[in-house]
Design a protein around this ligand. Structure first.
Ligand code: 7RM
Length: 657
């Protein structure tokens, strides 16, 4: 799948789609690209003015004087929540449904724009009453819920910077994020419901705080979700519904500079601890809005459904901000695709007449497998005729899964937008515009108009089409990461390394352009970041978690291809005691897996754990991860191993599975 150039079996744009699309032809796309090239700042300024309501217009578009710390629309003032809510209510859309919420147990509720504004305003007033001020950080550890969206919007309304932590992260991970962000308040829920189970949330926040380093946290607000009993700390904890009930539902938005940090979102890097990616208000919202309009072609009568959790960037841009900024109607789903059975998505598309559906390749692959073994959960049992556009995100989609998605879900008539982007990019970077681009399975096609993406060699020189290289973005763009919270040096080193003269944004992915069409295919990460089921994991993070176990002397983590999850985590472990075999090895592997789950979260648990007497190392002591990747895959090592300190270990590790 990765590393290969797809055969250009092109799917033309369906006429029925193109004739109504916002960007309705390749010529229209080319014109937009040309407009951005001719007057880069002017292009973005025009969109920023047209797409958003500004309390104070900006006079300067792009400030490059402190590159790579770029600023966009800096002297302009706006409020993200005003743009997502008030302006639609003022335009007469108050009774339009903003969110169709379906709970894990199948209960559906609808929230209009007017109601959403009122809930956001109440919570915003509560936050103010608790002493939260503009610029303060608020950590959200919440289920996928209307409350989650409301909490994000309420922070934005008062100028507080939210940092959502995915509800699957452990107490330790949560603690690290609370401490790094210096959060003053945490919003959580008693419990969350996923797949028919009640899972703790508040208890994990309590544990996180008990681990120390969270002195910045003064208050905790608790959403009542399951009614499960949770201990409340007097003077610190309060039930959110009790406070919002008596709060005013009018709260004037706090106008902030376009550069004001809207949110931090922690993501894995190749080294050390997760980094707090800082996003702006103005530039971020411009791109969230524009991509929702062009990539998804969102229209007033669409029902949009992005299945991503608000704990990930996709749930920020294409749940909490983009669709609301556009005044759209969207589905928000609390549960998982496999509960009560693997037809959940298809049943929901049918029930809510979803017209635009956006999900991850890993979910598609799992549902293909389920449909193939059980006819009852096959999508053909359901009426999916409301669909007009499909999308994928998070990892490369293998052409076979793409074809199935296109045929079985899209009835062969819905374009698929394979959107490449990252936490750091804020919104789509390379993606089809569905009315403009013929599609090739496995290719994210061409850069979004105004995004100057290129494939270069180590010296920063563009490579010819058909030749693989490193993906970079040559010009700053409005929704780009502003810095890593508290660590500007790391921001520079990670994204603007000196290798490319410090001029290009380094995405951390490899890419190749098709020799004929110039279409991009992402070939995967070029650093020590793994992508498991579309979740980003740093190998170093997992290694640190493993070596924090008292029995572990040394660990090396690599990825290996996996049919279902894209990549799987494979850990090579050396214990402080003799290498275990048989049942003892199984028992210890289970223990280490749980340990990693406890340290980081279940998504980081290694699929394979292989024990060795030691690890393959160079004479200077470097672990040869390249060789471990070969072994993890089950391939024979054919590389020259003469520089190894201990070549015999390779045979032992190869047999350790
Ligand atoms: C949105 C998101 C980013 C990493 C990125 C890639 C991979 C994302 C695609 C993709 C191939 C895609 N943010 N990635 N989308 N690879 N095709 N359409 O996923 O920060 O969590 O991950 O995900 O490696 O660098 S993320």
């Amino acid at each position: 799948m990765t590393g290969t150039n797809p055969t250009p079996a092109l799917y033309p744009v369906p006429d029925a789609f193109a004739s109504k699309a916002r960007v309705g032809s390749r010529a229209a796309y080319d014109q937009l690209v040309a407009a951005a090239e001719a007057d880069y700042a002017g292009y973005w300024a025009q969109h920023a003015r047209e797409l958003l309501a500004w309390n104070k217009p900006f006079t300067k578009t792009l400030d490059e004087s402190q590159a790579p710390f770029f600023k966009w629309f800096e002297d302009g003032e706006l409020n993200a929540s005003y743009n997502c809510l008030d302006r639609h209510v003022e335009a007469g859309l108050g009774d339009k449904v903003a969110i169709i919420f379906e709970s894990d147990d199948g209960i559906v509720s609808k929230v209009t724009y007017k109601e959403l504004l009122s809930r956001v305003s109440r919570l915003a007033n509560v936050l103010k009453a608790q002493g939260v001020k503009k610029g303060d950080r608020v950590v959200l550890y919440l289920p996928m819920s209307v409350d989650g969206v409301v909490a994000m919007q309420a922070c934005a309304r008062i100028g507080a910077t939210h940092s959502v932590v995915f509800g699957g992260f452990s107490a330790q991970s949560l603690r690290d994020r609370i401490e790094d962000a210096g959060a003053v308040l945490v919003i959580t829920a008693d419990e969350q419901k996923r797949g028919g189970k009640n899972l703790p949330l508040k208890a994990i926040v309590d544990e996180a705080i008990s681990l120390g380093g969270c002195d910045s946290v003064k208050q905790m607000l608790v959403v009542r979700r399951t009614g499960g009993s949770v201990p409340m700390v007097a003077g610190r904890d309060a039930w959110l519904d009790e406070l919002t009930a008596s709060a005013s539902d009018v709260c004037a938005p706090e106008w902030v500079s376009a550069e004001h940090p809207l949110f931090l979102l922690y993501t894995s890097g190749s080294t050390g601890k997760p980094k707090g990616v800082q996003h702006s208000t103005g530039g971020y919202l411009v791109h969230a809005t524009l991509t929702t309009q062009w990539t998804f072609d969102l229209r007033p009568d669409d029902v949009f459904w992005c299945t991503a959790d608000i704990g990930w960037v996709t749930g920020h841009t294409y749940v909490a901000y983009g669709p609301l900024s556009c005044g759209g109607t969207q589905v928000v789903f609390e549960g998982v695709p496999t509960y009560p059975d693997s037809a959940r998505f298809w049943r929901m598309i049918q029930a809510h007449k979803v017209s635009i559906f956006y999900t991850a390749p890993t979910a598609i692959r799992a549902l293909i497998k389920a449909a193939e073994s059980n006819a009852e959960v096959h999508p053909k049992q359901f009426d999916l005729s409301s669909l007009r556009l499909l999308g994928t995100v998070g990892e490369p989609i293998n052409p076979a899964a793409w074809e199935w998605y296109h045929r079985e879900i899209g009835a062969g008539k819905c374009p698929i937008v394979d959107t490449f982007w990252q936490t750091e990019t804020g919104g789509h970077m390379i993606t089809p515009l569905p009315g403009a681009h013929a599609l090739t399975p496995g290719s994210c096609t061409l850069p979004f108009p105004g995004i100057d993406a290129a494939v270069v060699d180590e010296t920063g020189k563009e490579v010819p089409w058909g030749q693989g290289g490193v993906l970079v973005v040559r010009k700053p763009w409005p929704s780009m990461i502003r810095t890593i919270w508290g660590d500007p040096e790391r921001f520079k080193k990670s994204y603007y390394p000196a290798d490319f003269g410090g001029k290009y944004y380094l995405a951390g992915d490899g890419a190749i352009r098709d020799a004929e069409t110039g279409y991009f295919t992402i070939t995967g990460r070029i650093d020590d970041v793994l992508n498991v089921s579309g979740h980003r994991m740093g190998t170093m993070e997992i290694e640190s978690a493993l070596v924090s176990h008292p029995l572990v002397a040394e660990a090396a983590v690599v990825g290996r291809p996996d049919d279902l999850t894209g990549e799987a985590i494979c850990a090579f472990v050396v214990l402080k005691r003799p290498r275990p075999t048989g049942d003892e090895a199984k028992k210890l592997a289970a223990e280490l897996r749980n340990h990693v789950g406890h340290e980081i979260g279940p998504i980081a648990k290694p699929k394979d754990i292989r024990f060795g007497d030691n690890l393959p190392k160079t004479r200077s002591g470097k672990i040869m991860r390249r060789l471990l990747r070969v072994i993890a895959k089950g391939d024979a090592v054919t590389q020259d191993t003469s520089t190894l300190e201990n070549p015999a270990i390779l045979d032992q590790l190869a047999q350790s599975n």
